[in-house]
Ligand binder design. Structure first.
Ligand code: FES
Length: 279
C-alpha cells in the first residue's frame, strides 16, 4: 500500500535537518533587493553620532581639565554639566560633567530609537531593513548576554534621567532670574528651547508611554484608568516623533554648550548687538 501524499510530505518535514532561520544574514553583507539608496540613512546616523560623541568628549570631559574653558558664564550653564559646583570641590583633572553625563549616556545609549539606529550604523546588524548583514552575526547573543543585556534596563535609565532633566529646568530658572533681576536674552531662549526639546525626548520615550498607560486591563472601567488613558494618548502622540526629538535635543545641547563656551571665552558677550536685541 502506498502512503498518501500528505503522509509523505509529513515524513519529509520530519526528516529535514533542524536549521535556524537564517534571515538576510545568509545572503551576505549588503545583499538586498532594495533599489533605493538605503545606505544614506545609516551613514548619516553614524556620522551624526560620531560627531556628537567626539564633541561631547572634548567639551564635557576634557574642556575644563585640559583646555581650561569654563562651563558657566554670566549665569548660564552648559547642559553637559548641570548645576555649577564651587571651586575646589573636585580635583582639577576630574570634569564635573561626568557626575551627570553617565545618566544621559545610560538613557540615550539604551533608548529603543537609538539602539535601532546605531545597531544598523555601527554593527551593521543589519545595515538597513531587508539588507544582508555579516554572516558572523549569526553567532551573536546580542541582548541576551553582557554587555548588551543592560539594554533591558532602559526603564531604570528613564527614572534616573529625571534628575538631569530637573536640573536643566532649574538652569533655565537661574538664567532668567539673574543678578536680582529678570533677564530675557538669546541665552535664555536657547536654554528654554533645549529644555523643551530634551523634555519632549524624555516624555516621548517608549518606557514612559508604558509607565503611564501600561499594565491596565480596562481603560474605561474607572475614572482613574480613564485619566491614564487620556495621558497615554497624549504621550502616544509625541511618541510618534521620538526619533526627531532624539536628534533635535542633541543639536540643541551642542548649541547651548557652544553659546556658553563662547561667552566664557569672551568671543561674544551679553552686550553684543544682534537684530532686535542683545546676546
Ligand atoms: Fe528612546 Fe526611551 S525609547 S528614550
Amino acid at each position: 500500500m502506498t502512503a498518501s501524499p500528505q503522509a509523505e510530505q509529513g515524513r519529509r518535514v520530519e526528516a529535514a535537518p533542524a536549521t535556524k532561520p537564517q534571515g538576510s544574514a545568509s545572503r551576505g553583507l549588503g545583499s538586498t533587493l532594495r533599489v533605493d539608496r538605503w545606505i544614506i540613512k545609516p551613514g548619516l546616523v553614524a556620522f551624526g553620532l560620531l560627531a556628537f560623541i567626539a564633541y561631547a568628549t572634548v567639551s564635557a570631559v576634557f574642556g575644563i581639565p585640559y583646555f581650561g574653558v569654563d562651563y558657566t558664564a554670566q549665569g548660564y550653564h552648559s547642559p553637559f554639566f548641570g548645576i555649577a559646583l564651587g571651586e575646589g570641590v573636585l580635583p582639577g583633572w576630574f570634569s564635573p560633567a561626568i557626575l551627570v553625563l553617565w545618566m544621559q549616556v545610560f538613557f540615550r545609549g539604551t533608548c529603543y530609537y537609538f539602539r535601532g539606529a546605531y545597531y544598523k550604523a555601527f554593527f551593521l546588524d543589519p545595515p538597513a531593513c531587508a539588507v544582508g548583514e555579516p554572516a558572523v552575526h549569526r553567532r551573536f547573543a546580542m541582548e541576551n548576554k553582557l554587555p548588551f543585556i543592560l539594554m533591558n534596563a532602559h526603564r531604570f535609565a528613564l527614572y534616573i534621567v529625571f534628575i538631569p532633566l530637573t536640573v536643566l529646568w532649574l538652569d533655565l530658572v537661574f538664567a532668567v532670574f539673574h543678578d536680582g533681576g529678570l533677564r530675557l536674552g538669546v541665552g535664555v531662549f536657547l536654554i528654554a528651547l533645549d529644555a523643551i526639546l530634551v523634555s519632549l525626548y524624555t516624555f516621548s520615550c517608549h518606557s514612559f508611554r508604558h509607565l503611564v498607560g501600561g499594565s491596565i486591563d480596562c481603560y474605561s472601567c474607572t475614572a482613574y484608568t480613564q485619566r491614564r488613558h487620556g495621558i497615554w494618548r497624549r504621550v502616544s502622540a509625541i511618541n510618534e516623533h521620538h526619533g526627531f526629538y532624539a536628534w533635535a535635543s542633541l543639536v540643541s545641547i551642542v548649541i547651548v554648550d557652544l553659546y556658553v563656551r563662547a561667552l566664557a571665552l569672551d568671543i561674544i558677550n551679553t552686550s553684543t548687538p544682534i537684530i532686535g536685541g542683545f546676546l
